[in-house]
Design a protein around this ligand. Sequence first.
Ligand code: ZN
Length: 461
Amino acid sequence: MVTFVSLQDRLLDTIAPYRDRVDYLEIRLEQSESTLISYRGVHLDAVDRSFSLVGNARACHNGGWSFVTFNGLTDLKDRLEDAIAQAKLIGKETTQLAEIAPIQDYVAVEFGRDPRGIALDTKRQLIEHYNRLLVEFDPRIQTTMTSYSDRFKTTYFANSLGTCIAQERLDVSGRFGVVAKGADGLVRQGFESVHSRSDYAALEGLEAQVVQAADRAVRQLDAKPVKGGQYTVILDPYLTGVFIHEAFGHLSEADFVYENPRMQELLVLGKPMAIPQLNVVDDGTIPDLPGSLKYDDEGVPTQRKYLIKDGILTQRLHSRETAGKMQEAPTGNARAISAMHPPIVRMTNTGIEAGDATFEDMIRDIAEGVYAVRMLGGQTNGEMFTFSAAEGYMIRDGKLAEPVSDVTLTGNVFQTLKDIEAIGNDSVYKSGGCGKGGQSPLPVSTGGPHVRINNVVVGGR
Ligand SMILES: [Zn+2]
């Protein structure tokens, strides 16, 4: 008789004899298969299928961490020895990891249509069809960047505490970008994307949404640059989500706070940050979003956390180490883009909760303001941020007026949070990719409703 031992059990058995030789030891193994199809203009740019099995061993001893990667399982014991030896060489302090009870679990994907059962050429035809809609939308469309990708992976995790978790994960996504060029040589971009964690069918029947990318870029060609100044600004839900992720979410990551004395002063838990209607969450438990996961890459269950609750700073994002060092509760926010990278403190699905204002409530008494829609790009530097909106409209006498271009918003995040005056009742989450510490793009989502902010510096051209 042949007995099949699961990979999970095998990892746990492998790690057991090493348990007492270091303060902490873990193995993470990732088996994945993926497809990428992309078009640039009318040309098929890439068709890639890939399969991989990669893993790492990570150890901590006297506060020192090691990280050793490998392909395949043949020399696993040697890699554990390497990880232990390296951690012992580095460690000179005390290991401080927040306590977490051992967990055994298998997390399976609940599939709609599994993309692994669909022919490569069927996927290519679908994406070619969308790409053609964009190319032929308007003579001013200069080029397109259209892509389809799917990836199914199973991550096996075992550690010296006895935790042993396997998690399946599916990501299916379509990205639709265009560049339009006007008579004066000005260039505008438009972008749409769709993401599903369970179902290939989410990419079918998207014609109306896809052409919006082209429509938006072409519409912006006719917009005049906004006149620079201070305005009352309404952010659309997309821009609200990116703002809260980029400008505030990254400051909530405890590794950043721990290393930054000024931020420790500015971000004392219990400090009032905004009007009492403002609630900011990071929530890995919302179903089917890019940032959703049951356990993080240290085997800690994810949660719904209030970073700001009723306008008060309440929590930050932790790995087991930052939670241990700062003596706060672990939050399940240690994530890695793959098993070739160590987990670091990251966001999951981050957003502002819906409030009670309608869009009409917010716009009604604005004599002159700016409605900023979607995000083109941006940067943050500590507490300062600059974002450029993809689209903008003037608000005049309580109504949306002419479109404007070159809408860039600049400010200090703490002052801007204080200047939030009204929170819309229409929160939505959009998929995104986050970069940090050379690990990009990590699947996350950003969410929020329309938000009205006073005294925003809007730069024009
Ligand atoms: Zn980010």
